[in-house]
Design a protein around this ligand. Sequence first.
Ligand SMILES: NC(=O)c1ccc[n+]([C@@H]2O[C@H](COP(=O)([O-])OP(=O)(O)OC[C@H]3O[C@@H](n4cnc5c(N)ncnc54)[C@H](OP(=O)(O)O)[C@@H]3O)[C@@H](O)[C@H]2O)c1
Length: 254
Amino acid sequence: MRKTLVISGGTRGIGKAIVEEFASNGVDIAFTYNSNSEIAENIVAELSEKFGGKYKAYQFDILQPETYKELFKKIDEDFERVDYFVSNAIISGRSVVGGFGPFMRLKPKGLLNIYTATVVSFITGAQEAAKRMEKVGGGSIISLSSTGNLVFTPNYTGHGNSKAAVETVVKYASQELGEKGIRVNAVSGGPIDTDALKKFPNYEEVKGEVVKRSPLSRMGLPDDLSGITYFLTTEKASWITGQTFIVDGGTTFA
Ligand SMILES: NC(=O)c1ccc[n+]([C@@H]2O[C@H](COP(=O)([O-])OP(=O)(O)OC[C@H]3O[C@@H](n4cnc5c(N)ncnc54)[C@H](OP(=O)(O)O)[C@@H]3O)[C@@H](O)[C@H]2O)c1
């Protein structure tokens, strides 16, 4: 029987790589985008042609976590089941002003936006996903996280502490959802070459530093996180829950 993945932010970077990984493994996919509807529809067309499964894109804003309820209702109309949920989308640009910056310039609005989009959205999305997973006897929930809560990253207080919170939510959710056959984990990436990172004002500097620090002498790529995310949904990971997996090219210890 074909399984279904719901993932936030499937149009770019890591989310897009995860979508392709699951599609290539025969999984049907409901993915969201925020503003790039054209890119989203192109991805649907490409996946359909290449893999022949069921793929659909939905507009969704992680700054409005309560609307996950409506999103899942729409997904219910198009898909028969939900087996996997990946909380991947991240905000950038104007909505992180005051949240992404030096410590002394942090402002409540930007910080709260990051918390809402990263932590609250993960919780509300996972709740809706878990209700559906319970009906099919279990499932797997994964949030993307970042080693920015382990390694000092300039301007990253807002994101770093929200990712630390996400990892704590993973542990709590895993304890409560285990009896329903639902596993909950996080995949924490070191710096990965995506649009989000390119928006860092010191992108070139960060890139150079990562290549220098990693014993593998390169930046991370979106595909470096997609394989482990898929693995965590499989039977081979059936006793893994409440954990955070670090994929950082060895940079955290360097
Ligand atoms: N890049 C890194 O170095 C790195 C490292 C570790 C972990 N991560 C984590 O990996 C995840 C993905 O990061 P990325 O670098 O792939 O990001 P990205 O390239 O900036 O892509 C962001 C995705 O989120 C969507 N999005 C943006 N604003 C949104 C909003 N308000 N509501 C809903 N969706 C929205 C985008 O949709 P549109 O295309 O429609 O805008 C896009 O699909 C994040 O959780 C991030 O923290 C990233």
